[in-house]
Design a protein around this ligand. Structure first.
Ligand SMILES: Nc1ncnc2c1ncn2[C@@H]1O[C@H](COP(=O)(O)OP(=O)(O)O)[C@@H](O)[C@H]1O
Ligand SMILES: [Mg+2]
Length: 393
């Protein structure tokens, strides 16, 4: 009897699914980039990556502050547990041949040969590998600024997954993901997005559901304009070696709103890390968040501008409150908007809170690690009676 069992080739394995979920939590509005990264990772996990080539090569196009660098860090964070695992090469800094030596070292006998530790050597590439994950992350930022020497080096890596160092040692890139970014063509993209951006756009997008079909059309147009700009600027030789070209979308008001929530959680994490035993929690009112968004929206700089507004309007005042001991461990601080002064205001709404009570006030993604630490501290406590707890949050 002939079998005919239908199979579903769109389902991904558990590891790829976890990566997908993590990236969707951290990266807003760039689903195509997430899909492409997850696809390449799935191929690697199944052992289906092409031999003698990097595991994947990506060209990320699109405006400043749209998440091109962040998605690479977030992938490294998800897989290797640290965003520091990304080796970043800022192409603008490697214009001259002596600067290339910083990447690959100089030939033996050359002046300064001993002192140069090439950035792209195997040890550096492999340093963040874990028992489970042996993937290296290499990011070439702003490749349109790369010199000819750097281009040749990059082409070699993309084509053969090897790089020859100054002293003739070979570096293997077959376990590396290569990311390249460029903000080429982003002004044309912004012009297309224009009616959807800006603060007037925020009010609109909150009340109206976006028309999915127009949105899809616009996406296609943005994506094509990015790829076109890249084809004009880069040689076919280069373009043909890339696995994926993804155009990042300029972030609109709805996306920035979600990114604000993510960033506020990061600020709370910083509070936990910075204040140790004096950890406190803060919450923000809706008008306070609205104010931060208003101050943080500038279409030219995407989420970068939002982050700067958060530092200036929230993190700096919080630091002052910590330094002057106006906030203490176990406090609940509420951040609201003072409309008369047009600024954020800070008030203590609770004090002497236990960790459990604190954890209920914050996002659950933060509450769980907080409680885990508290439990660990509690388990340790009985062993040192009378000694002041050295619990750190
Ligand atoms: N799509 C996004 N989702 C979540 N955060 C983002 C996004 N885009 C930017 N950010 C935030 O803004 C910061 C700057 O973005 P980045 O990725 O460095 O921009 P670029 O596209 O210029 O590389 C990031 O560190 C991140 O905090
Ligand atoms: Mg960047």
């Amino acid at each position: 009897m002939k079998l005919n069992v239908p199979l579903d080739p769109t389902r991904t394995g558990r590891d790829a699914e976890a990566l997908d979920a993590n990236l969707r939590r951290l990266i807003i509005g760039q689903d195509e980039a997430i899909e492409q990264i997850v696809n390449i990772y799935q191929m690697h996990r199944s052992g289906m990556s092409a031999a003698e080539r990097p595991l994947g090569s990506f060209l990320f196009l699109g405006p400043t502050g749209s998440g091109k660098t962040r998605i690479v860090e977030a992938t490294a964070e998800s897989l290797l547990k640290t965003p520091r695992a990304v080796i970043k090469i800022d192409c603008a800094e490697f214009q001259h041949s002596h600067e290339i030596a910083k990447l690959i070292g100089s030939p033996p006998g050359y002046l300064g040969h001993r002192e140069t530790h090439p950035l792209l050597c195997q040890e550096v590439l492999n340093q963040y590998h874990t028992d489970r994950v042996k993937i290296s992350f290499v990011l070439f930022d702003e490749i349109e600024k790369a010199s000819d020497a750097l281009w040749n080096l990059l082409l070699g890596i993309l084509d053969k997954a090897t790089l020859t160092l100054g002293d003739n040692r070979r570096v293997d890139f077959s376990q590396a993901l290569i990311f390249m970014t460029s903000n080429l063509g982003s002004s044309a993209m912004e012009a297309m997005m224009c009616p959807k951006l800006g603060f007037s756009g925020l009010a609109q997008s909150q009340n109206e559901t976006p028309d999915a079909r127009t949105d899809e059309k616009l996406s296609g147009k943005i994506s094509r304009s990015g790829v076109e700009a890249a084809r004009k600027k880069f040689t076919p030789e280069f373009m043909n070696r890339l696995d994926k070209i993804v155009t990042f979308r300029p972030l609109g008001a709805a996306e920035l709103k979600k990114i604000l929530d993510i960033e506020l959680n990061f600020v709370q994490q910083r509070v936990f890390r910075a204040s140790g035993e004096r950890s406190f929690v803060f919450t923000t009112t809706e008008p306070a968040r609205q104010f931060l968004l208003e101050q943080g929206t500038d279409t030219r700089y995407g989420a970068r501008h939002l982050k700067r507004a958060i530092e200036r309007l929230l993190v700096q005042p919080l630091s002052n409150l910590i330094a002057t001991e106006q906030v203490r461990g176990g406090d609940w601080i509420e951040v609201s908007f003072a409309s008369a002064e047009e600024q954020l205001s800070f008030a203590r709404r609770g004090q002497g809170l236990h960790l459990q009570a604190m954890s209920e006030l914050i996002d659950e993604s933060l509450a769980l690690p907080l409680l885990a630490l508290a439990n660990a501290a509690a388990a340790e406590a009985p062993r040192s009676p009378g000694v002041r707890s050295s619990r750190r949050l």
